[in-house]
Design a protein around this ligand. Structure first.
Ligand code: NDP
Ligand code: KPL
Length: 307
């Protein structure tokens, strides 16, 4: 299969490297020139829970270079989805499928607004704890399930084909029959760690082991779960604190991407993660005080960042 990964940061590089190692023709597309140059020069090294390999693949800063692809994976942050989706026209033929994979709420709506719903699959990656070590070198602490679904929920042949591509590259991958639920189940895990790890500097396992930090992380997760329940999302776990704790302990050494963004002096996805909980809570007449405070503190810090 010919695949373009648009946004080859920490997660996109992990996807691109493993899909390329499985024998697919993969193009890495990113706006970060140094990273693209390093991939073209030395290959893309993906190291961590999946092993350690250098994948030889083509990389570019332009979606004009690869030509038509069977599968386009958008792996930017949430705020990059619209621009990325608007740039992929040269990659699309009549049968091309676009898979967008972000944390948080709103990416599915963003991509549909940019390119319509017909081609779109939505994915959620579980615990990876991925980061870029140096240009051309990605690391991932975990290798948990990637869930992929059709927006409308039907399990189509193209969905099964895409899930098989991921499985055959070694990813634990699953068909998701309910995209909305899939997004919320991960969202609840993220909000338990993203804000508190960012504010404290602690790794995920250190947060679960620290009673004060965990009071805040668990409070954030519980609020999101209560909102999901009020919205009748159908989340499949009844004890959000135990579930989210277990999720974090599986990748105890990881730092969430929000924390990595702050370490790099960059604005984070707070508006679609902890900051989205109070917004959703208001819709169902609830309050989310842990998330209100955590997201306010994260945003306050971000006023000091240039990007
Ligand atoms: N890191 C992790 O362990 C996990 C992350 N996720 C989610 O996956 C998504 C991606 O995260 P992550 O990989 O960490 O993020 P990164 O910031 O590491 O990677 C995103 C990359 O996309 C680039 N980019 C932005 N806009 C465009 C564009 N229009 N065209 C091409 N490239 C573009 C960015 O460049 P620039 O920086 O210059 O904008 C950056 O290199 C997020 O939603 C995150 O929450 C999900 C599971 C685990
Ligand atoms: C919680 C974590 C680390 C799981 O991979 C993640 O999704 C993120 O970095 O935002």
């Amino acid at each position: 299969m010919k695949i373009a990964v648009v946004g080859t940061g920490a997660m996109g590089s992990t996807y691109a490297g493993l899909l390329s190692a499985a024998g697919h023709e993969v193009w890495a597309i990113d706006t970060w020139v140094e990273h693209i140059d390093a991939i073209n020069r030395d290959g893309l090294r993906v190291e961590g829970a999946s092993g350690d390999r250098v994948a030889r693949l083509s990389a570019s800063t332009s979606t004009g270079d690869p030509g038509v692809c069977d599968l386009v994976i958008i792996a930017t942050k949430a705020d990059g989805v619209t621009a990325a989706a608007r740039s992929i026209d040269p990659l699309l033929g009549p049968e091309s499928v676009v898979l967008t994979i972000q944390n948080g709420l709103g990416s599915a709506e963003r991509i549909v607004e940019a390119i319509g719903p017909e081609r779109v699959l939505v994915g959620i990656a579980g615990g990876f704890g991925a980061s870029i070590r140096t240009p051309g070198h990605a690391h991932h602490t975990g290798w948990e399930t990637v869930r992929i679904g059709e927006l409308a929920g039907a399990v189509s042949p193209r969905l099964r084909a895409v899930v098989d591509v991921w499985r055959n590259a070694g990813f634990p991958a699953e068909v998701a029959e309910n995209v909305h639920r899939m997004i919320w189940e991960k969202f609840i895990c993220n909000v338990g760690f993203s804000g508190i790890c960012t504010l404290t500097g602690l790794k995920m396992g250190e947060v679960t082991d620290n009673p004060d930090a965990w009071e805040v992380g668990a409070g954030c997760a519980r609020e999101a779960w209560e909102v999901a329940r009020a919205l009748e999302v159908g989340v499949r776990f009844d004890d959000p604190v135990a579930h989210v704790r277990e999720y974090g302990r599986a990748i105890a050494e990881a730092r969430p991407s929000m924390a990595l963004d702050h370490l790099a002096g960059k604005r984070s996805e707070v508006d679609v993660l902890n900051g989205a909980v109070p917004v959703q809570a208001r819709k169902v007449g609830l309050r989310a005080p842990y998330n209100e405070v955590v997201s306010a503190l994260v945003r306050q810090r971000e006023t000091q960042f240039a990007t």
